[in-house]
Each structure stands twice: as C-alpha cells, then as structure tokens.
Ligand binder design. Structure first.
Ligand code: ADP
Ligand code: ADP
Ligand code: ZN
Length: 221
C-alpha cells in the first residue's frame, strides 16, 4: 500500500468524508480533506484562513493558490508517505494540474480517481442533516447515521457534536453550482488519463464502502 494515492470526486454531501474515513481505517491511508484543512486555518486565524472564511461561508471555492499551498504542505508531512485519500481536492482543473506536477516531482502517480455519483436532490437532505463529533471528527446524520446511543459518539464516547456554518440551504445552492461549473469537468480530466472509476453513491454507506474498498485494493495491486 506504499504511496497509494486515491482521489474521491463528488458534489458536496456525496459522502466523500464518510467514505475517506472508512478507507483510512481499512487501508491505513491518510485522509486529506482540504475542507478540514481550511476550517482548521480559519479557526487558527492564519492569513490563509482569514482570506478563506467569507468565501467558504458563501459556498464559493477558495482560491487555487491558497488551497494548493495548504495541500502541498500537508502532503509533504511524514505520515502521508504511506498513501493518501484526497477528499475534496482537486476541485478545479488548475488544482488537478498542480497535483500532477507535485506528484511527478516525487515520482508518484494517482492510482484511482473515484467519482461518487449522486442526485442533486439528495444533497440538500444530506447536508442539512450532517453533524460531526467534536472530539474525534466522526461524521453523523440526523436521519441516515445516528450514534447507537443517542448523544454519545460511537467512536470516541464523546458527547459534544458540531454543525458546519456552511451547511445550510442557501449555501448548498452555491456549492452545487460551484461543483457543476468547476469540479465536474475533472471527471473527464481523469477519464482522459484512464484513471477514472465511478460508484453509485445513492445506496447505503456500508454497501458503497465495500465497492470503494474493492476499487482501491484493485488500483494498488
Ligand atoms: P462530503 O464529504 O462528500 O461532503 P459527507 O461524507 O460529510 O459528505 O456526508 C454528508 C452527510 O450525509 C453526512 O451527514 C453523512 O453522515 C451522510 N451520508 C454519507 N453517505 C451517505 C449515504 N450513502 N447515505 C445516506 N447518508 C449518507
Ligand atoms: P463539502 O464537500 O461538503 O462541500 P468541504 O469540507 O470539502 O465540503 O469544503 C467546504 C468548503 O471549503 C468549500 O465549499 C470551499 O469553500 C472550500 N474548499 C474545500 N476544498 C476546496 C478546494 N479544493 N478548492 C477550493 N475550495 C475548497
Ligand atoms: Zn467521537
């Protein structure tokens, strides 16, 4: 599993984060979410975070320069050497080309770019019911994935949960628009490189995880 690099493509709420976490556990890979990295930068009040905050609240894409710099720094950290699952990056053609350049510097390549296919109609429900554990980051949903014991995280036992500021109906519309205009073209980009796989992501979480796990295992073999 050395240097395994998989990309999860898909609109907001498709299940990228949920599935990336499961792949992380299954394969010992590192989940690399630019959304999480940006939210950490906003919380820490870094220059990048200050510039990203309002853009994220509006549901627009943060500038390529900021995101690429954040991604490059994180990818260079030691734990990423065993392989990563990119969740939410790349989101534009400029980012995809920057990733290719970055990987070729170190002789790495993309093993699989997997597109999670979902209906736009499901997105609002998925996003408006999303919450996460404040302790460990485990993701939950008001209807689709509740902890076994209410208000107690299955993974860490914590009892503090949070919701994202941008997970509201108004922002979802701009996020979907940004996805279709700027990110969806990456499906053709990776297809052109012979790296694209697609998964029907309308089913239940465990069935999708099984299918994705098989694709990631195959891409590494
Ligand atoms: P993304 O990272 O693509 O934005 P998430 O993984 O955060 O998406 O999922 C969005 C919300 O939908 C979360 O609340 C999650 O628990 C829930 N969810 C994820 N996958 C599914 C699924 N296959 N069916 C129903 N709900 C799901
Ligand atoms: P989701 O997949 O649920 O939309 P993310 O956590 O991936 O959520 O992203 C949240 C927000 O962070 C995006 O709406 C965007 O403003 C910003 N963001 C995350 N990743 C990128 C990226 N690769 N390029 C530009 N903006 C990004
Ligand atoms: Zn937890």
């Amino acid at each position: 599993m050395e240097n395994q690099i998989s990309i999860l493509l898909g609109p907001p709420g498709a299940g990228k984060g949920t599935q990336a976490r499961m792949l992380e556990n299954q394969f010992g890979l590192v989940q690399l979410s630019t959304g999480d990295l940006l939210r950490a930068a906003v919380a820490a009040g870094t220059d990048a975070g200050k510039q990203a905050k309002a853009v994220m609240e509006d549901g627009d894409l943060v500038s390529d320069d900021i995101v690429i710099a954040i991604l490059r720094d994180r990818l260079g950290e030691a734990d990423c050497a065993k392989g990563v699952i990119l969740d939410g990056f790349p989101r534009t053609t400029v980012q995809a080309e920057a990733l290719d350049a970055l990987l070729s510097e170190t002789g790495q390549r993309i093993n699989a770019a997997i597109s999670l296919e979902v209906d736009d109609g499901a997105m609002v429900t998925r996003i408006s019911g999303r919450y996460t554990c404040g302790g460990c980051g485990e993701g939950y949903h008001d209807s689709f994935k509740q902890p076994a014991k209410s208000d107690v995280c299955d993974t860490c036992g914590g009892g503090v949960f949070k919701r994202r500021a941008d997970d509201n109906a108004e922002t979802v519309a701009s996020r979907l628009e940004a996805y279709h205009a700027q990110t969806a073209p990456l499906i053709a980009y990776y297809d052109g490189k012979g790296a694209l796989q697609s998964v029907d992501a309308m089913g239940d979480i465990d069935a999708i995880a099984k299918e994705l796990g098989a694709l990631v295992a195959l891409a590494t073999a």
